[in-house]
Each structure stands twice: as structure tokens, then as C-alpha cells.
Write a protein that binds this ligand. Structure first.
Ligand SMILES: Cc1ncc(COP(=O)(O)O)c(C=O)c1O
Length: 485
């Protein structure tokens, strides 16, 4: 029962001591005074507790179970980092406070800028962008401005492999670039010969997701970057999948000029659900002057200040200085893991993905059967063709078996794709449980396929009209008489 339906006039969840100060009457403009009661539910404390507990039980989260949502890095994030981000010292700061009052926060951001430089091999970082795609947009604005400043306004083409994350072409197009798709080769990597065909004086740059969305490391990455540079383009690294390479490889050392990271995947803030994110953008020295302002700099006497005087800055891409609470979590995570810890994270993420890939390949077809990075893609086309069961049905059945479904039908270059990212925080036993569930689903597909087509049966709602849910979402309770409108 919803909280509004539990409401009864006069019931309340609080009791206040008698007033011991004179009642004051607000001197407000009459038009600002509410004429109708706000219509809040009147319930007891117990009813509120039950309401929220019930809501939380309807939800699935990484704190509940395995969440192998490929491309999203739904790993467990230490609660300690949440506690630090919520601490009064940090969460009660106001961005309009004086620099002198914000020294601790500025120092944290300054150190984080430097740590991200060290992790990626770049020279300067802006912490402003609020998401991965926002980082991409920032990077594209930098590329556009760089070519403009250098008198190369004809450079309009951005090359993007077909195995890139879907946000890449969207970000390039938003900035007015012409997107040119580069086909993958038979190994699922950038086809270098195909790339060469598109290299000419109009190339503004390349956007490379690495590891790509097949979970594969672009082994020809240095050659790709060199070719683009020779054509006068810049090389952009989508580093949202950094969970796979931390402490092992650096985009800067691969030759890239710009990189974005997803702090809300790799560095201890949960990804998704519309929560705050952070997509910092790092650049090589020659592009530092193009970054959004302000950066944080160390001033005289060890104090920290905002730096606004960047000659070619693309301006601000977000109000204030980025999603500060996400920056705090990232800082705490990096400090507590240390260099060795971060490397271990990537090693474990890759090990877990390869273990699960190997186990599943006993009965399933893996799209590109070779050592993967942090994730891999199943090609379930044979199941669909031979047994008439879609990847969607299999994913829905996983919900009944207690797992979050992997990403499905992405990347687009694999038919009936199922993209699985176990992350480093899962145990071998959990991976085995998931593999067993997948084998069981395959047996059901052979013997009782309707179980799969009718799944899920154990969730609060079964199959939704997903198009309607996204086009016409109903996200608040409405009175009976308002429903249906
Ligand atoms: C490789 C890659 N690039 C870009 C993005 C976009 O990031 P965001 O969802 O924060 O916009 C993602 C998201 O997971 C991603 O996996």
C-alpha cells in the first residue's frame, strides 16, 4: 500500500515539545502565501519506516546481489567513502564561500587533479564535467576550439569506431562535427586499413573507447594514434573503462591528447540511476589553456586558489566546480587503495571477467573468443535461431533467479548481444552461481522455453511496456481522479 493511501487525517509521526517562544507571524506578500494545504500524507512513524523499507525491498542494488551490467561497472563501493563525502566538514561547504574558507576542499581537488594526471599520464585535469558523456562533450569542444585557434576550421570529421560507446558519436555530433564510423575488423578491433581510407586533411580527431565495448584492448592503439596525428587530428580517449587498466597502462603514454574518466564507475561512486556523476577531462600540456575554468592551483605559501586565466578556455561547462561529493569519494578511494591497490583492482576485474567468460563459453558462444579485459560479450544469436528464445527472455529470467541482468542488445555490432561485466569486487563463488544460473536458463530454453518468455514472475512488476515507460513515465503518485490523464 502506498504512503498516500495509508494517510489518515490528524495522524502524525512527530511530537514536538510545547512552544516556549512567542508565535511570530510572517510578513509575506499575500500572493506568496499558500491557499491550499500541501496534501502531504499523514502517517505514523512506523508507517513511514514500513513505507521506505518496502520501497527498498522492491529495488535491486549491488548491495543485494550480483549486478553484471556490462559497460556500467556496477561494483561495490566502500561505504567509508560515502561516510567521508557526507561528513559535515565537507558536505556543508558552500561554493560561494571565500577561497580562504575552502582551503581543505581546494587542496583535495588540487591533489585529485594531480592523482588523475598520474593515473592517466596526462598533464592537466578539469574536474568540472558532471558525467562521462559531459566529459566527451567537453573534449569535443576543446578539439573544435583548438582547430579554430590554429586556423583549421575545415577540420570537421571525427572518426569513431563502430565498437565505441554510444555516447561518443552523440557528443561529437552535438559539437557540430561530422561523425565517420570506422568498421571493426574480424578480431573486433579498429580496422587500421579501413581507418587509413578516412584519413585526410578534414580529420579533426578520433574518439577511441579503450577497452572497447566488446571488452577488448585495442592492440594497435599506438599506430592508430600516430596515423591520426599525422593527419593533423587530435586523439581522444574514452577512459570510462579505466577499471580495466589502472596501474597497468596510461592513455597519455599511448599518445592520446585528451581523456575523460568516469569517477562514478571506476572511483567509488555508484553508476546510474540519475545520481550525481563526474567525468573529469585530462589533457596534454599543449591543450591545458583550453580546459574549462576554473582549475585549482597551488599558490604562494601553500595556499590554493581558483585559476581562471586560461587563454583559450572553452569557458565553463558546469556551475561551480564539479560534483564535489563524487570528487571526495574518488579522492578517498585513491588514497585508501594506493598505487598497488588500484593496479590490483584492474587485475582482479580482468581476472574475474576472463574466469566467467571461460566458464560460460562451455555452453555459450562468446562474440570474440579471446582474452578480454574487464567485460565480454556473449552472442546469443544461436540460442534465438535454434530455440526461439531471445536474449531479452534470458535476461528477464535472470531476475527471477536473483541476479541483475547484464546489458543486452549492446554493442550493436553483435546480434542478440549480452554484455557481462562482473567487476573486481565479486567472489569466485558468486561468479560460479551466475554461471550455473545461465546454464539452467539454457536448459529451460531447450525444455520449457515458456518459463523464459513469461519471466520475470518474482519481481514487483513483470514485463513492462518499456517504450511507454520511458516516453511517458509516471513518477509520482496521483489521486484516483487524476489517474489516466
Ligand atoms: C565507455 C563509456 N563511455 C561513456 C560513458 C558515458 O558515461 P555517462 O553515463 O556518465 O554519461 C559510459 C557509461 O557507462 C561508458 O561505459
Amino acid at each position: 500500500m502506498l504512503i498516500f493511501e495509508r494517510s489518515r487525517n490528524g495522524r502524525s509521526a512527530y511530537s514536538l515539545p510545547p512552544m516556549d517562544v512567542p508565535e511570530s507571524v510572517l510578513d509575506m506578500e499575500p500572493h506568496l502565501i499558500r491557499k491550499v494545504e500541501p496534501g502531504l500524507p499523514e502517517v505514523s512513524e512506523l508507517q513511514i519506516v514500513r513505507h521506505y523499507t518496502e520501497l527498498s525491498r522492491k529495488n535491486y542494488a549491488v548491495d543485494v546481489g550480483f549486478y553484471p551490467l556490462g559497460s556500467c561497472t556496477m561494483k561495490y563501493n566502500p561505504k567509508l567513502n560515502d561516510a567521508l563525502a557526507e561528513s559535515e566538514d565537507l558536505s556543508f561547504l558552500h561554493p560561494y564561500q571565500d577561497e580562504a574558507d575552502l582551503q581543505g576542499a581546494l587542496e583535495l581537488m588540487y591533489n585529485l587533479q594531480n592523482m588523475l594526471c598520474e593515473i592517466t599520464g596526462m598533464d592537466a585535469f578539469s574536474l568540472q564535467p558532471a558525467a562521462g558523456a559531459h566529459g566527451e562533450l567537453t573534449g569535443m569542444l576543446i578539439i573544435r576550439k583548438y582547430h579554430k585557434v590554429n586556423g583549421n576550421t575545415h577540420k570537421k570529421k571525427i572518426l569513431i569506431p563502430d565498437s565505441a560507446h554510444g555516447t561518443n558519436p552523440a557528443s561529437a555530433a552535438m559539437v557540430g562535427f561530422e561523425v565517420v564510423e570506422i568498421k571493426s575488423d574480424s578480431e573486433g578491433l579498429v580496422d587500421v586499413e579501413e581507418l587509413k581510407k578516412h584519413l585526410d586533411e578534414n580529420v579533426a580527431g578520433i574518439m577511441l573507447t579503450n577497452p572497447n565495448t566488446l571488452g577488448l584492448f585495442e592492440k594497435n592503439v599506438s599506430e592508430v594514434v600516430q596515423l591520426v596525428h599525422e593527419a593533423g587530428g587530435l586523439a581522444y580517449y574514452d577512459g570510462a573503462n579505466l577499471n580495466a587498466i589502472m596501474g597497468i597502462a596510461k592513455p597519455g603514454e599511448m599518445g592520446f591528447d585528451i581523456v575523460h574518466l568516469n569517477l562514478h564507475k571506476t572511483f567509488s561512486t555508484p553508476h546510474g540511476m540519475g545520481g550525481p556523476g563526474s567525468g573529469p577531462v585530462g589533457v596534454k600540456k599543449f591543450l591545458e589553456e583550453y580546459l574549462p575554468v576554473p582549475l585549482i592551483q597551488e599558490g604562494e605559501g601553500g595556499s590554493y586558489t581558483f585559476k581562471y586565466d586560461l587563454k583559450h578556455s572553452i569557458g565553463k561547462v558546469r556551475s561551480f566546480y564539479g560534483n564535489f561529493s563524487v570528487l571526495v569519494r574518488a579522492y578517498a578511494y585513491i588514497m585508501s587503495m594506493g598505487a598497488e591497490g588500484l593496479k590490483k583492482v584492474s587485475e582482479m576485474a580482468v581476472l574475474n571477467a576472463n574466469y566467467l567468460r571461460k566458464r560460460l563459453s562451455e555452453r555459450f558462444k562468446v562474440a570474440y573468443e579471446r582474452i578480454c579485459m574487464h567485460e565480454f560479450v556473449l552472442d546469443n544469436y544461436p540460442v534465438w535461431k535454434n530455440l526461439g528464445v531471445k536474449t531479452l527472455d534470458m535476461a528477464k529470467r535472470l531476475l527471477d533467479l536473483g541476479f541483475h541482468a547484464p546489458t543486452i542488445y549492446f554493442p550493436l555490432i553483435v546480434k542478440e548481444a549480452m554484455m557481462i561485466e562482473p567487476t573486481e569486487t565479486e567472489s569466485k563463488e558468486e561468479l560460479d552461481r551466475f554461471a550455473e544460473a545461465m546454464f539452467r536458463i539454457l536448459e529451460e530454453a531447450e525444455k520449457e522455453p515458456d518459463i523464459l518468455r513469461e519471466a520475470p514472475k518474482t519481481t514487483p512488476v513483470s514485463r513492462l511496456d518499456e517504450a511507454k515507460a520511458s516516453r511517458h513515465p509516471v513518477v509520482r503518485w496521483r489521486k484516483e481522479e487524476e489517474r489516466g490523464s
